[in-house]
Design a protein around this ligand. Structure first.
Ligand SMILES: Nc1ncnc2c1ncn2[C@@H]1O[C@@H]2COP(=O)(O)O[C@H]2[C@H]1O
Length: 714
């Protein structure tokens, strides 16, 4: 609750309401260009390059415009008239008409009637013109599309297809599909601005423009007296509210009953919605904004507490005060302008929502009962525990907490899994420092051309190829010895020198690096603990530290160790699709006994150090470089033109879209670009985040000239 926000993936540039007002068509004119990132960014030449796709004519229609005006039907048309692609986009399985033969060049994409997302169809020119869906692109929880930041891919009948069409074609199809998804997402200015909701009692998903507020028509319905609302209006309101998790969890019939009675309210910051100790009259769904739950009566502590208990869009509250004769257990105050859908006490009870609340409480109780930690607890004590927290759901890719050690909550994982990530500052690691200089020195020594004329055994050649091209740990000490000698007596930092002047080497992937023996480094340097590093090479990377599963507890780590012995590094909690219960630490510690404390101590795990994580990253990075180069050497490219993006020149050595840092282009004049990283500022400065680092290296073909033509198997 404290930190929920988008983490790694956020929508690209906003499309302002003026640019695309509701009921408008957003037209992408012929020749309009969309930027996107290459699917395989570490290919040698176009490493991380931004690629340009030209859409012949792409038109997206969005807005409220169906006859009922309550729903948004959207149609996406996508035409690609050039090339000989055999892919065809089609609406849905239900639409197959054997006599409808379209030219094989046409591609169109629409949302399928029968459910989730897009389907790509293959045009089958066989005598019987049947068509089969090739792949379905879907988002499991389509109403929260924006929070996924990705599109899932389902591959029905994939194996049979691989056998029939060949691995290459199969991979190409997947790449094409991913590219289309990226174009789709970026062309729309990011899905954050749109919602695709799967309505009740309607097959077709609704694709609508979204500005965050409850749509005016829905407000209009919710302001009417319940008896004046038509069935159509109730259905429409129900559809709009599918984006609220808390609402969608209810059975369909109950959703419709609620849509009949709920009313709309909007309150400003600091407005107290429910007051602790008072009799409750209403139950609230949050449509927009954030509220805080506090222990004090006037809610002022929410504005002072660094980690208040927050509830966001899709959450609900106020159920406890409506149960039997109970009073409000906490105060709820608006942290910003907030929109609510309110259900009054009589309707709450008439619709048996109290049963739903009881069911949820029992679910929490049963979960705690099963945990080994609470085996010795009495039922009464466990019920106290149940009352401290609520069940929350997080979708795949959603941020749960930016720093769970520092957070005020203990988190219990009820279902699903989540990952613990650590953002490491590569520049602060000695392994990375050594690695970067190793890479920049890669081409210092005897020119490769020497070897081209001498006869080498395959073994020698392979060793040479490894040393020259790939940063293997085994050889690193040699380089280090060499570096230390050159460092000089005062231990001054290595003065990297980079030169782009032509030399006798064969064509290389990056600039020809001469390091210390060449000209002074042209790029600026920064001082690190271990010496100087090119400023551009300093970056951060998210590393997975641990995966949490059902029954795991987070936030209790090292709780009983003295402050000085604790690991204070921030760790991030990222959902892979979870249900969890969060309980405030101080309340939890009030309840636990010695036996529970001991159990907690025993289950404590140590997380790897940043240095270990950095080494792991470098290992994986080296492997990825090697794997991609080798693949390029072995896989024969087909001369197929379909979906070949236009290459553009790289401008920067860091590509924030692919999160790739390309040291090959280090000393080229580049515009500084440092996207601000989201880690807590007290721990780390803003830095660019990378997923991979590419370094200067020889082309495999030049190291092994007899394999000059890609596709020749070793
Ligand atoms: N720990 C908590 N986490 C989230 N919400 C809470 C928590 N405690 C209470 N609430 C909500 O705050 C509401 C205050 O009014 P109620 O007691 O009616 O119902 C309460 C719950 O819906």
């Amino acid at each position: 609750m404290d930190d929920s926000a988008g983490l790694l993936w956020s929508g690209s540039k906003r499309l302002s309401p003026e640019a695309a007002p509701p009921s408008s068509r957003v037209k992408f004119d012929p020749g309009k260009t969309l930027w996107y990132t290459d699917v395989s960014p570490s290919e040698s030449k176009d490493v991380g390059s931004e690629e340009l796709l030209e859409l012949e004519s792409t038109e997206f229609e969005m807005g409220l415009e169906s006859e009922s005006e309550s729903e948004v039907d959207s149609q996406l048309e996508w035409e690609e008239s050039k090339g000989d692609s055999q892919l065809e986009w089609e609406e849905s399985e239900g639409d197959i008409e054997e006599d409808r033969i379209k030219p094989a060049t046409l591609q169109d994409a629409t949302l399928p009637d029968d459910g989730l997302g897009l389907q790509i169809w293959e045009w089958n020119p066989e005598p019987v013109c049947t068509r089969q869906p090739v792949y379905t692109i879907f988002a499991c929880d389509i109403s929260r599309f924006s929070e996924y930041g990705f599109l899932g891919i389902w591959l029905p009948a994939a194996i049979g297809r691989v056998l029939r069409r060949g691995l290459y074609q199969f991979i190409m199809d997947i790449i094409v599909m991913i590219r289309v998804c990226k174009m789709f997402r970026q062309g729309l200015g990011g899905f954050r601005e749109y919602q695709i909701i799967e309505p009740v009692q309607r097959k077709q998903p609704i694709f609508s423009f979204w500005d965050g507020h409850l749509p005016p028509r829905a407000i209009h319905i919710a302001q009417k007296k319940p008896s004046w609302r038509t069935d159509e209006e109730i259905q429409a309101l129900c559809n709009v509210l599918q984006v609220l998790d808390c609402y969608r969890n209810y059975a369909e019939a109950l959703q419709l009953l609620l849509a009949k009675v709920m009313r709309f309210e909007r309150f400003g910051r600091r407005r107290v919605i429910v007051k602790k100790g008072q009799r409750g009259n209403s139950f609230y769904f949050i449509y927009l904004g954030t509220v805080a739950v506090t222990e004090d009566e006037d809610g002022s502590s929410a504005f002072l507490d660094p980690h208040p208990t927050l509830l966001h869009k899709g959450d609900c509250f106020g159920e406890m005060g409506l149960l039997s004769t109970a009073v409000r257990r906490a105060t709820v105050v608006c942290m910003e302008e907030t929109e609510f859908l309110v259900v009054d006490r009589e309707d709450f009870l008439a619709n048996k929502l109290d049963d739903e609340v009881q069911k949820e409480s029992h679910y929490r109780f049963n979960f705690f009962r099963k945990l080994d930690l609470f085996q010795s607890w009495s039922d009464e004590k466990l019920w106290n525990m149940v009352a401290l927290g609520r069940l929350e759901k997080f979708s795949h890719g959603q941020l749960v907490s930016k720093d769970f050690l520092d957070s005020s909550f203990i988190t219990f994982i009820c279902k699903g899994s989540c990952e613990i990530l650590r953002m490491i500052d590569l520049g602060a690691s000695s392994s990375y420092y050594k690695w970067v200089w190793q890479q920049l020195e890669q081409l210092d020594h005897k020119p490769l051309g020497v070897h081209l004329n001498t006869v080498m055994s395959p073994m020698e050649r392979f060793k040479e190829f490894q040393i020259k091209s790939y940063p293997l740990q085994d050889f690193s000490y040699l380089k280090l010895l060499h570096l230390q000698k050159v460092k000089g007596p005062k231990g001054t930092a290595v003065q990297g020198k980079i030169s782009t002047t032509e030399n006798s080497l064969p064509k290389l992937l990056g600039p020809k690096v001469k390091s210390r023996f060449g000209h002074p480094v042209k790029c600026s340097m920064v001082n690190t603990k271990y010496g100087e590093l090119p400023k551009e090479a300093v970056a951060g990377v998210y590393m997975k530290v641990h995966t949490l599963k059902e029954g795991d507890i987070v936030g209790t780590r090292q709780a009983f160790l003295p402050q000085s012995q604790r690991d204070h590094r921030p760790f991030i909690l990222l959902s892979m699709g979870i249900e969890l219960i969060r309980v405030r630490k101080e309340k939890f510690y009030e309840l636990i006994d010695e036996e529970t404390k001991e159990k907690m101590n025993k289950t404590d795990v140590d997380y790897p150090s940043d240095e270990e994580l950095c080494q792991k990253f470098l290992k994986e990075n080296s492997w990825n470089i090697f794997r991609k180069d080798l693949l390029k050497l072995l896989v024969k490219p087909l001369n197929k033109q379909s979906f070949t993006p236009i290459q553009t020149k790289r401008k920067e050595i860091y590509n924030p879209k692919s999160l790739l840092l390309d040291l090959c282009h280090l000393n080229k004049k580049v515009k500084q670009h440092y996207p601000v990283f989201m880690a807590p500022q007290k721990h780390l400065p803003p830095m660019k985040v990378v997923q991979a680092v590419s370094a200067p290296r020889h082309k495999i073909q030049e190291l092994l000239p007899q394999y000059k033509n890609a596709g020749v198997l070793l």
